[in-house]
Design a protein around this ligand. Structure first.
Ligand code: PAF
Length: 286
């Protein structure tokens, strides 16, 4: 695996890799890799001839009181994991390389950026879209892979790619869960054993809503109330939002129809976790 630390080197390596018409897949990450990331890498390997990944803890997407400083970083471990998956190119730039002094340009998907996590984390999604737009320009991938766990991020990146005509296919990878249902996240590392158990309430709340919906309940208020009630049962977990929205526009749905996204965010101790399920009449909720 070739590791590139500068934009110039990464751009040249990606162009070289694509020169003979090879399809280039790209998995952007902030490191602290887990099975969720690796499943995206495997999906990229399955449909692309060359796979590039990036590891960059993007300061622009962290709020002033968020966990930028303590965000888990273990470059050697991540590198070994990517090497094992036969990733060909790894981009690992410094903050100065990505944001030289004087950089003042942002990419923002207006409206969508303020919904769900964007409502509780002002500026978060504009940091995400700015870095992803830069990464797309550097790597010029044919396909880019993002996890369904960050459903709002996925919708916003799809919209950005469409509105700004990035010639890239955005591919979503399913949520990867621990055996007991907890969605994999780099932030799970912050949880102590007790919080780790409490965190299961997120998935439980989604399953409760899914079951009601599969039983024929379509009323938004009742479904949302059931989800919120489930979270409230776990005293030490503080709900941020429990919403049922259109997966593309992230707007609350009126009638909870096929394809709606049930999304939750909550604080377990000081750790903010998110999870979601898509309601699907043909296959049950995913
Ligand atoms: O999902 C993430 O890990 C990050 O938001 C991303 C897409 C790598 C941008 O920093």
């Amino acid at each position: 695996m070739r590791i590139c630390q500068t934009i110039e080197e990464m751009r040249a390596a990606c162009r070289e890799a694509k020169r003979s018409g090879k399809r280039l897949g790209f998995v952007p990450t902030m490191g602290a890799l887990h099975e969720g990331h690796l499943s995206l890498v495997r999906a990229a390997k399955a449909s692309c001839e060359v796979v590039a990944a990036s590891i960059f803890v993007n300061p622009l997407q962290f709020g002033p009181r968020e966990d930028l400083q303590k965000y888990p970083r273990d470059f050697d471990r991540d590198r070994a994991l990517l090497e094992k998956e036969s990733v060909e190119l790894l981009f690992a730039p410094s903050v100065e390389e990505m944001y030289p002094p004087g950089a003042i340009t942002w990419v923002e998907v207006e409206g969508l950026s303020d919904r769900l996590d964007g409502h509780s984390r002002p500026g978060h999604f504009r940091g995400v879209t700015t870095v992803v737009a830069k990464l797309f320009h550097i790597v010029e991938p044919d396909a880019a892979y993002f996890g369904q766990k960050d459903a709002a991020q996925l919708a916003i990146i799809r919209r950005m790619a469409r509105d700004l005509n990035f010639p890239v296919e955005i591919v979503a990878g399913p949520i990867v869960r621990e055996a007991d249902g907890l969605a994999m996240s780099s932030r799970n590392a912050y949880l102590n054993p007790q919080q780790r158990k409490q965190a299961l309430v997120l998935h439980r709340s989604l399953l409760r809503v899914k079951k009601l919906w599969e039983g024929g309940e379509r009323d938004l208020a009742r479904l949302r109330a059931a989800g919120r009630e489930e979270i409230a049962r776990e005293d030490s977990v503080r709900l941020d939002y429990f919403e049922i929205v259109d997966a593309g526009s992230l707007e609350p749905v009126v009638d909870v129809a096929d394809g709606a996204l049930v999304a939750v965010a909550a604080l377990v101790g000081t750790t903010r976790l998110i999870d979601n399920v898509a309601l699907d009449a043909s296959h049950g909720a995913r």
